[in-house]
Write a protein that binds this ligand. Structure first.
Ligand code: BGC
Length: 764
């Protein structure tokens, strides 16, 4: 991991220097052999395969990081057939150069597959994945990832290390921002949508890239929310909660899977045969390839699992890891291990076949190079920016709006824009925006300047700093100098200046939250408090008596319990991406209407973690205040919650039948009416509960949802289909998955606390 900083520094330098279209495939001796059908593809791979030495096969199983440490030897290794894949190279000319070495100078002319963390955009950054999940709109998730794929593929990146589909129920875990939150059903819909977006119909098209579902499996359950720590997950939770999103992504055709760092129930995920072979290959029939996480094969020794590097390589490959990310234990030790009979030749062959087939499906044997001029047109195009702005308006969650303070009036004389995040480009992008175009980012201040007439005065200042407690491994992407540490007097003066501006303005908008490097990898927190003196700033602003809007930028739910009682309007943007500032202005002034819903339960304080809505019913559930001696166990905001500037009235819930056969479906219909003078979106959510069975089931589980748009006073009958296969669960008593006949409750509404209720029976 220590090399990552240097890697990222070079990863972002996409030079757009002039270059003409590459003379594609001038010397690729395989071209003539490339044919269209899948069968012939397999034959093509076999033909190649027959000529490969063991060392060349191990080369295909090795991925090299283009960092300061490895880049100097990269060309020679590629030429010698010791490298099958690269990560962290994003300059199209550089990619073409390296690809040319592989295709024209290596003995077998096998193209490289280039991977990168295309997590929520490539150069144009979209809202973070947790925000995308807040849209409750799988089509949006698909669209956003297809846009990201277009940019990435245009420079020659073929493979996204995304989507991350780890269920996360503990907001301390920094990587909660990379996933779809706490729920297996919502998580599954978002997982499959993202795979479709990345991969499209045809992986070989110049607009698509291969997905890599990560981190298999259970990484989000790290104990204490501490990144990389062990996960202890019962089979019941594994099958019913943690595995479904991976399975959905595999069913959607994901081409690859990444193994996780941590150990699952005592066995490191990267050496875990149960996960990588029994579940992935035997139960789910996955036919893509598995890549390790960064150095996670070598670290099997750190786990106290493997005795030495060779043993680590043996255990990983025998468990089912086909490609090694970064460390070189495959390259250095597997040949010997094969000779010693510790690894079967057929295990190596199978891994290499899968990797070559992926390269074939990506069309790399046919079109190994990129058109640099085309990439210049794709990157940061108007279309990308439009999509990023729309996505950021659709993912924001309105948490409070007392007295309809929002949207703000268009004829404000002045607005105070206060907070450490008002004008920070990196923080607007959010974590995991490694190749993001920092310069092109629209901050909240930029957005308001773009939106407001010159007659509205913008009074802006930070008020307080967020001291970045420790440098992040990803800081290299933002080479701007760190803010100067201020003296106590300077800080006091700045704080007071901010409050003076609030007093002078008609309305104050405070942009508070976390610096982007406080979440993401290795960025767990033991507190959910607003870092630094942001809370004091907020309290002082509210104490002025001026109307205050809190705009949150964060990658996790924060402790805003005080704000939820004292700040009239709270709009959570998460990290909104490149067009975040324009989107914020659209939302603040009512050009867009927030319709996002929380994909995670929002706790009152850190002590409630982990927290999630789908808990089991146990003794006196109706009294959440009895769960803790010193406070309620009820969340601040429930899963699925989010307001709108519009208001909606729901009619009576009607089920298409009250008895249904296992395997069949029923429909729940409800009329929704927009009873306001604004167009708006609502997300109708359907939850069920199994009253009795072989095991106790969660109090509610999401089983269907739909985001709808209703014009002023429009009515619509929303029909949600409940497929009873969704009621299937893995039972600790039977050790099997089944739909258990019996009586079920069903609720429909706009959060997990929906009250419209019906019941139905499932018959065998
Ligand atoms: C992360 C992965 C990521 C990889 C490459 C690892 O540290 O856990 O999610 O894809 O680095 O950047």
């Amino acid at each position: 991991m220590q090399f990552k900083t240097a890697v990222l520094a070079s990863a972002v330098t996409i030079s757009m220097l002039s270059s003409c279209l590459e003379p594609i495939l001038a010397q690729n001796t395989h071209r003539a052999k490339v044919v269209s059908s899948q069968d012939e593809a397999a034959r093509f791979v076999e033909h190649l395969f027959a000529r490969m030495t063991l060392q060349e096969k191990l080369g295909q199983m090795s991925q090299l990081a283009m960092n300061d440490y490895e880049a100097p030897v990269a060309e020679e290794r590629i030429r010698n057939g010791q490298v099958g894949s690269l990560l962290f190279v994003t300059d199209p000319e550089k990619i073409n150069h390296l690809q040319r070495i592989a295709v024209e100078q290596s003995r077998l002319h096998i193209p490289l597959i280039i991977g990168f963390d295309v997590v929520h955009g490539f150069r144009t950054i979209y809202p973070i994945p947790l925000a995308i999940a807040s849209s409750w709109d799988p089509q949006l998730a698909e669209h956003v990832q297809s846009m990201a794929a277009r940019e990435a593929r245009s420079v020659g990146v073929h493979w996204a290390f995304a989507p991350m589909v780890d269920i996360a129920r503990d907001a301390r875990w920094g990587r909660i921002m990379e996933g779809a939150g706490e729920d297996p059903y919502l998580g599954s819909r978002m997982a499959e949508a993202q795979v479709r977006g990345f991969q499209g119909e045809d992986l070989s098209s110049p607009d698509h890239i291969m997905a890599c579902v990560k981190h298999f499996a259970g990484y989000g359950a790290a104990v204490g929310g501490r990144d990389y720590d062990s996960a202890d997950i019962s089979d019941e939770q594994l099958y019913n909660v943690y595995l479904p999103p991976y399975h959905a992504a595999i069913n959607a055709g994901a081409g690859s899977v990444m193994s996780a760092y941590m150990d699952l129930n005592g066995v490191p995920a990267t050496g875990n045969k149960f996960l990588l072979t029994d579940v992935l290959r035997k139960q789910w029939h996955f036919n893509g390839f598995v890549v390790s996480d960064w150095g996670s094969i070598r670290s099997l020794t750190t786990h106290g699992f493997a005795t030495d590097d060779q043993d680590a390589a043996v255990r990983a490959v025998n468990a089912g890891v086909d490609m090694e990310m970064t460390s070189h234990v495959y390259r250095d030790h597997l040949a010997e291990a094969v000779k010693e009979g510790k690894v079967q030749q057929s295990t190596i062959d199978q891994a290499v076949r899968l990797i070559l087939q992926a390269k074939y499906k990506l069309g790399l044997f046919k079109h190994p190079y990129v058109d640099v001029a085309r990439s210049r047109r794709e990157i940061g195009s108007v279309e990308q920016h439009k999509a990023a702005r729309a996505a950021a308006t659709q993912t924001a969650v309105l948490l409070r709006n007392e007295g309809n303070l929002l949207p703000l009036k268009n004829d404000l004389g002045s607005i105070a824009l206060i907070g450490p995040l008002i004008d920070s480009k990196p923080d607007t992008l959010g974590s995991w925006s490694l190749a993001g175009d920092v310069g092109a980012t629209v901050t909240i201040l930029d957005g308001l300047r773009n939106r407001l007439p010159s007659s509205t005065k913008i009074l802006s200042t930070k008020g307080v700093e967020i001291d970045r407690v420790q440098p992040s491994i990803f800081d290299a992407q933002f080479p701007s100098p760190k803010p100067q540490m201020k003296t106590a007097e300077e800080r006091k003066a700045e704080f007071e200046h901010a409050i003076d501006l609030v007093k002078q303005a008609d309305v104050a908008v405070l942009v508070l939250g976390e610096a982007q490097n406080m979440n993401g990898e290795r960025a767990s927190r033991s507190s959910l408090a607003l870092p630094g003196e942001q809370r004091q700033l907020l309290e002082a602003a509210v104490a002025t008596g001026k109307p205050v809007v809190l705009l949150l930028m964060t990658g996790r739910p924060l402790d805003i319990t005080w704000a939820s009682q004292h700040v009239p309007a709270i709009l959570n943007l998460w990290y909104p991406g490149t067009e975040g500032g324009n989107a914020a202005a659209d939302l603040l002034f009512g050009d867009a209407n927030p319709g996002g819903k929380l994909p995670v339960t929002w706790p009152r304080n850190v002590g409630q973690l982990p927290i999630f809505y789908a808990r089991n019913l146990t003794q006196i559930p109706e009294h959440p205040e009895t769960r803790y001696w010193d406070g309620s166990s009820a969340p601040l905001y429930p899963f699925g919650y989010g307001l709108s500037y519009a208001s909606f009235r729901f009619g009576k819930l009607a089920l298409s039948k009250d008895v249904v056969r296992a395997g069949a479906s029923l429909t729940a219909a409800v009329e929704v009416e927009n009873v306001s003078d604004r167009d708006g979106d609502e997300v109708m959510q359907l939850y069920t509960h199994q009253r009795a069975g072989s095991a106790s089931r969660p109090v509610r589980e999401l089983k269907a949802f739909q985001r709808i748009h209703l014009k002023v006073h429009e009515k619509q009958t929303v029909k949600l289909t409940l497929d009873t296969n969704e009621l299937r669960f893995w039972s600790t008593q039977t050790h099997a998955e089944a739909i258990e006949p019996g009586t079920f409750d069903l609720w429909i509404g706009n959060s997990s606390e929906a009250t419209d209720h019906a019941s139905f029976r499932v018959e065998p």
